[in-house]
Design a protein around this ligand. Structure first.
Ligand code: BES
Ligand code: ZN
Length: 616
């Protein structure tokens, strides 16, 4: 079912009227895990004589509602429709008369303690153990659980917020802080944003400057380590500006989240949220920060109109991320980064999406599927591969980057669909008739709507990948003695290469002689026990599962409970579910820890375990 003509995942009638500005006044109640207060939605109608407003709401308790007109405040009637899983409810507001132009609706309400966008941690669950902690994750469609809104990226609004919270903690939002007194802060976001970029965090946070417009925020215990890990932030921003144009958001701060943050990073404007699993000690995972920085243009300025066109956010962002990597570390690294992406995509298509091939299309149909269920690396990797294909086809970076900047400039502060990108590309490149023959070669239908791996794999530099492949082949095809005496073992691999090498190994159909001794040698050779790199640990743990090493179950569970980042926990649970002896242990562990997970993680893992209906 398509809930609205613009967006299958939103009830809003955003084709009739849109929110231009939002004023929030929130009180953070740690005692009962709620946000309470008011939201004022400043509407502008797109057609005359509007009588009803449809908004999205997810388990909100609404106390009162008024419309503000020049004549004063008039109370409003409203109706909350039936609850639909993953989607929430349609909130219908009845205007007292046919209305055109601009007007404001103020809603007094409170969130549910189970609001899907929020995670409430007790003091005990934090590092410092002294203060409770609250954070949000609104993308894709969870903003409706913290504010009644047009929860579609088709609509963008500026916002002001007043935030009240207990003294002794710090409150931050996806905006610039304009003023702060003990227990209250004021924020302003002057650039129009989609609802999914609303964000809030409250906790015992400290700040350490890491660049001219950047600080890292974390609990005291992690702030120095984080400042070191993310010391390249200013360089990433500088390179991103070379590629995309000026950075317009004023500040770029980073917030290191608690381990239950379900993603690697989230591009909340002015304040990117990142998982603590990036703290590898050697900056080897800092490209996630380059990715979130790139979103400052691709996604946050030029935004997908709905999540069927999510690749316009993520594919474009991975493409820019690759360019940042290329400019800082060279094109061999850029290409290796892309090749690593392709091996993640292969894995994802074969495992996560094996039973839902329609989700391997670049542009997906979300009329029967929530964005959380559709989420995968496909829009990221197939999308960025498509852009790289186009760049190579149309004359390389020299020709493509000017187009790319013009595209960003043309659609900034707007929300678009794939066709608008396609048209902009044709408009630009048709200026030169010699491009025509190349434009004709693009098989849009296959790229956008074909299933499986990308139809064309660009001609990447494979130098860094070859080494990984050589190691993977050695370990997969030979017995322990031969591996142990191979000269290949003396060639060292970088952390990122070890990640890829392990990924390659996991891709192999048969792994010869995968015994405890062999795994011990592997551990020793690549110093896996010493590493803090979560991407390496993740793949090593999957190797234990592959080798059916029941005696490693404690280690598997330790990793599984050390963070609730979906990229790591979902595949592990899924693989444990497919190992009959381990399945009950995995289910048991899940039940023990699921209350510490964010709801989107608990929900998706229960599906991966095949217990979605009876356990949530
Ligand atoms: N915007 C995404 C995270 C997201 C997507 C949250 C959809 C909710 C719904 C973010 O920019 C992202 O892509 N993060 C990646 C890291 C990146 C380097 C691929 C992640 O979380 O792993
Ligand atoms: Zn992203």
């Amino acid at each position: 079912m398509r809930l609205s003509p613009i967006d299958p995942s939103s009830y809003s009638n955003a084709h009739e009227l849109i929110v231009r500005h939002v004023d929030l006044d929130w009180t953070v109640n740690f005692e009962n895990s709620t946000l309470s207060g008011t939201v004022s939605l400043h509407f502008k109608t797109l057609k005359d004589d509007i009588e009803e407003i449809f908004l999205d709401a997810n388990e909100l308790s609404i106390a009162s509602m008024v419309v503000k007109t020049t004549a004063g405040e008039v109370p409003l009637n409203w109706d909350v429709g039936s609850y639909v899983e993953n989607i929430g409810s349609k909130l219908t507001i009845y205007l007292p008369m046919k209305t055109s132009g601009e007007f404001t609706v103020r809603i007094e309400y409170e969130t549910s303690p189970k609001a899907s966008a929020l995670q409430w941690l007790t003091a005990e669950q934090t590092f410092g153990k002294k203060h409770p902690y609250l954070f949000s994750q609104c993308q894709a469609i969870h903003a409706r659980s913290i504010v009644p809104c047009q929860d579609t990226p088709a609509v963008k609004f500026t916002y002001n917020a007043t935030l009240h919270y207990p003294q002794g903690v710090t409150g931050l939002m996806s905006a610039v802080k304009t003023k702060s007194d003990p227990g209250v802060s004021y924020f302003h976001q002057s650039i129009p944003i989609p609802s999914y970029l609303l964000a809030i965090v409250v906790g015992a946070l400290v700040e350490k400057p890491i660049g001219p417009i950047s600080s890292v925020w974390a609990e005291q215990e992690q702030v120095d380590e984080a400042a070191e890990e993310f010391s390249q932030t200013a360089e990433f921003i500088a390179k991103a500006e070379e590629i995309c144009g000026p950075y317009v958001w004023g500040r770029y701060d980073l917030l290191v989240m608690p381990p239950s943050f379900p993603f690697g990073g989230m591009e909340n404007p002015c304040l990117t949220f990142v998982t603590p699993t990036l703290l590898a000690g050697d900056k080897s995972l800092a490209t996630v920060v380059a990715h979130e920085i790139a979103h400052s243009w691709t996604g946050n300025l030029v935004t997908n109109k709905n999540f069927e066109h999510f690749w316009l956010n993520e594919g474009f962002t991975v493409f820019v991320e690759g360019k940042i990597v290329g400019r800082l570390f060279g094109n061999t690294s850029r290409d290796f980064h892309s090749l690593h992406g392709l091996s993640e995509l292969t894995d994802c298509i074969k495992t996560q999406l094996a039973s839902t091939p329609a989700l391997t299309k670049l542009v997906v149909d979300l009329s029967e599927c929530s964005p959380d269920d559709a989420f995968s690396t496909v829009p990221y990797i197939k999308g960025s591969t498509f852009l790289r294909y186009l760049e190579d086809l149309l004359g390389g970076p020299e020709k493509f980057e000017p187009f790319f900047r013009s595209y960003l400039n043309k659609f900034k502060n707007q929300s678009i669909m794939t066709n608008e990108f396609k048209k902009a590309l044709y408009d630009w490149f048709r200026e030169d008739p010699s491009n025509e023959e190349y434009l004709e070669r693009i098989d849009w239908d296959r790229w956008l709507f074909g299933e499986g791996m990308p139809p064309v794999i660009p001609n990447y530099d494979r130098t860094l990948l070859d080494a990984c492949q050589k190691h993977a082949k050695l370990w997969a095809e030979n017995e322990l003695e031969i591996v142990a005496s191979s000269p290949i073992l003396s060639e060292t691999l970088s952390s990122i290469q070890v990640i890829e090498f392990l990924a390659q190994l996991l891709e192999k159909k048969t792994l010869k002689d995968l015994t405890a001794e062999k795994i011990a040698l592997l551990d020793k050779t690549y110093r896996i026990h010493e590493t803090k790199n979560a991407e390496i640990r993740f793949r090593f743990v999957r190797l234990f599962i592959r080798a059916r090493m029941m005696d490693k179950m404690d280690e598997i569970l330790t990793f599984l409970n050390s963070n609730f980042r979906m990229k790591f926990v979902r595949p592990i649970y899924k693989e444990l579910a497919g190992w009959p002896e381990a399945r009950p242990i995995a289910i048991d562990n899940y039940k023990k820890v699921k209350d510490q997970m964010m709801s989107v993680c608990a929900y998706t893992v229960s599906k991966d375990l095949g217990i979605a209906d009876n356990s949530n």
